[in-house]
Design a protein around this ligand. Structure first.
Ligand code: HEC
Length: 144
């Protein structure tokens, strides 16, 4: 293979690999749709064309398109400093990060940023990994 070919195939592998990781979902989207009731008091799901998939509260950001989105990047939402700091890194939401975050957002940000003062504005915790995976699968399914 030529040098260019090698570089191209490496780039391709990295890009295709990360796209798969972001869209990867091992849960059940139908169960996740019900599970989203726990999130709805604070989160909506509204598409880029302003189509409302779930009408929810405004305490938290719109979760449309979360799979593959960087942290703290929903338009018009006033995020806390810690998640904004995470958003300034190469971070992208995938199933693993999502499950860990919703289990304990503040603990997650402390570990992720290696900063004991990090805080999340999200006070809710979803401890059950299976429920989190189902909700992730639901978010993937509505974000396509
Ligand atoms: C009591 C309100 C509340 C509930 C309930 C809640 N959240 Fe949140 N969520 C927030 C707030 C506020 C933020 C913004 C966090 C920040 O700025 O630090 C947030 C942020 C997030 C983020 C980061 C989004 C981004 O743009 O980076 C995810 C993911 C998330 N929530 C998922 C969930 C899921 C899934 C549920 C249900 C299991 C849920 N939340 C329930 C208030 C809530």
């Amino acid at each position: 293979m030529t040098k260019f070919g090698t570089i191209f195939s490496i780039l391709f592998t990295v890009t295709a690999g990360s796209a798969l990781a972001e869209g990867h979902a091992s849960g059940d989207p139908a169960a996740g749709e019900k599970g989203f009731n726990k999130c709805k008091s604070c989160h909506s799901i509204i598409t880029g064309d302003d189509e409302t998939i779930v009408k929810g509260g405004k305490t938290g950001p719109n979760l449309f398109g979360l799979p593959g989105r960087s942290a703290g990047s929903a338009d018009g939402f006033k995020y806390g400093d810690s998640i904004k700091a995470l958003g300034e890194t190469e971070f992208v939401w995938d199933e693993t990060e999502f499950v860990a975050y919703v289990a304990d957002p503040t603990k997650y940000l402390k570990e992720k940023l290696d900063d004991s003062k990090a805080r999340s504005k999200m006070s809710f915790k979803l401890k059950k990994e299976e429920d989190a995976k189902d909700i992730w699968a639901y978010l993937v399914s509505v974000s396509e």
